[in-house]
Every structure is written in C-alpha cells, then in structure tokens.
Design a protein around this ligand. Structure first.
Ligand code: GLP
Length: 261
C-alpha cells in the first residue's frame, strides 16, 4: 500500500485522474473498475476534458461499476447508472455496451449478482479499480461486517450510509435501504487499486483503515492485503495519519513518482 498526500482536494483528484489516464493509455482495452460519489465528480470531469482534447481514447475500454441501489431502475435519475451516463459515459467515446453496472431492478437480484461476477471474469478481471471511501469505512457498499471474502451481493445499508447519501435524493426518504455491491473479495482481485479520499470528515476513518488492524468492521482496511494499492489523500483527509512524514518522503523522493511531482 502506498499513501500519497497532496496539498489540496484538486491536487489529489488530479493525481488520481492522471494515474488512471496513464493506465488507459498503456492498455487501450483496459477493464476499469469505477466508483461513484461526490469525490469522483471532478475526476470524471478531468477524464472527459482530456478526452475532448484528444488525449484519452476510451473506444476499446470496458468498465464495471462497484455498486447500484437495489430496486432502482437504471433510468431513475438517482441511480448510479444515471450518474455514470451523465458524468462520464456520455462525454467520452466508450461503447455503452462495454459499460457494466449491476441492474438494480433485475427480477432476481441474486442471479444478477452472480451474472455480474461472471461478466467480470469473462472480461478477464478488472485492471484498475477506482475507489472512494465511505464515512463509515466502506468501499463500494461493503458495510461493516462485510466478509473480507465477499463477492457481488445484496447488502443492507447502515443508518450512517443512508444519512451520508440521502441528501443527494430530491426526497431523502426515497433512498433505497439496500444495494448491490461488488464484494471485498471481488475488489481485492483487481490488479491495481486507486483510492481517493478527501475532506476532514474522512480523516479518522482513513487512518483507521490504513494504519489500524484489518477488520471487517472497516472494509477499506482489507486494502492492506492488496499488492498494488495507492491511496491518494488531501491534507484534510490525511490529518490523522501517524506515518505522514514517511508517506510524504516517498512521494518526494522515489523515482516512480517523479513524473507526477
Ligand atoms: C457511496 C458509494 C461508495 C463511495 C462513497 C463515498 O457510498 N457507494 O462507492 O466511495 O459513496 O462517497 P463520497 O465521495 O460522496 O464521499
């Protein structure tokens, strides 16, 4: 695991976007693992801008999103399908048939979860998984006590997550209380992970996830098991990290980071 601290939210998001763009340029038929949430909005703006400047080609790329609300139709404007279509897919040249998000209103949600896992396998697995961090420490919608070996499945959302996300709904009461999410086992199988964490609300949980013990109470702590995981935090989110001097030294001195300094 490498932790990179950037001076601002903008700089953290910019670094994550550049790393992702670099992966796409190196492997045009990349399988992307994508995330939603407020943190990703500006990151997708950057990818879309680089595409319109002719710097990024998504024509061969494939994508799998982490999660979707259970019971929600893809056309619903609160769905993660709608989020992805409007914020990224409609702005770049990815083939819509190559974009995968669990279908929240599939008639049999367990079968939908199994189909999703199989489709990821059929595409050869995820090359780069982008992650945000929930205030409760979740990745995707892997709420506390999610098995570290879990696969794509339905999960009941905690009151904390409902409180965090319901303001994004016109009527907060209509936010679904369940979701379909890739499991922690699914996420750990991706070849690379880039997690972006910003803002002071995430400082305590980020420190617990990165520097604390691995525990199913904080699903992001499972990333300690991932061989190629980069966590990019802004100063506010990094405020509780005990090892911050070491992390800063790595970014400032290790040759692999020179192009990004
Ligand atoms: C939701 C998503 C997560 C995301 C999290 C963080 O709960 N299911 O995948 O990481 O939000 O959201 P935000 O970036 O808005 O803080």
């Amino acid at each position: 695991m490498e932790v990179i601290i950037r001076p601002s939210t903008e700089a953290a998001v910019d670094l994550a976007a550049r790393l992702l763009a670099n992966h796409i340029q190196k492997k045009p038929n990349i399988v992307l693992g994508l995330a939603t949430g407020r943190t990703m909005e500006t990151l997708y703006d950057k990818l879309a801008a680089w595409h319109s400047e002719g710097k990024l080609d998504f024509s061969l790329a494939r994508s799998f999103n982490l999660d979707e609300y259970a019971g929600m139709a893809p056309e619903d404007k609160n769905s993660y399908r709608h989020y992805m279509n409007s914020r990224l897919f409609s702005k770049v040249n990815i083939d819509p048939r190559n974009t995968h998000i669990p279908i929240g209103n599939a008639p049999d949600l367990d079968a939908e979860c199994a189909r999703y896992e199989q489709t990821i396998r059929d595409c050869g697995g995820i090359d780069v998984q982008l992650l945000g961090l929930g205030e409760i420490g979740h990745i995707g919608f892997n709420e506390p006590l999610s098995s570290l070996a879990s696969r794509t499945r339905q999960k009941a959302l905690t009151p904390h997550t409902i409180a965090q996300n319901s303001p994004l709904f016109d009527d907060p009461e209509t936010m679904p209380k369940r979701a379909i999410t890739m499991g922690i086992g699914t996420i750990l199988e991706s070849r690379h992970v880039i997690m972006v964490v910003t803002g002071k609300k995430k400082a305590e949980i980020l420190a617990a996830a990165v520097e604390g013990p691995i525990t199913s109470m904080i699903s992001a702590s499972a990333l300690q098991l991932h061989p190629k995981c980069i966590i990019i935090a802004d100063e506010e989110a990094a405020a509780e990290l005990k090892g911050h001097k070491y992390y800063r030294w790595i970014f400032a001195n290790e040759p692999e980071w020179a192009p990004y300094r």
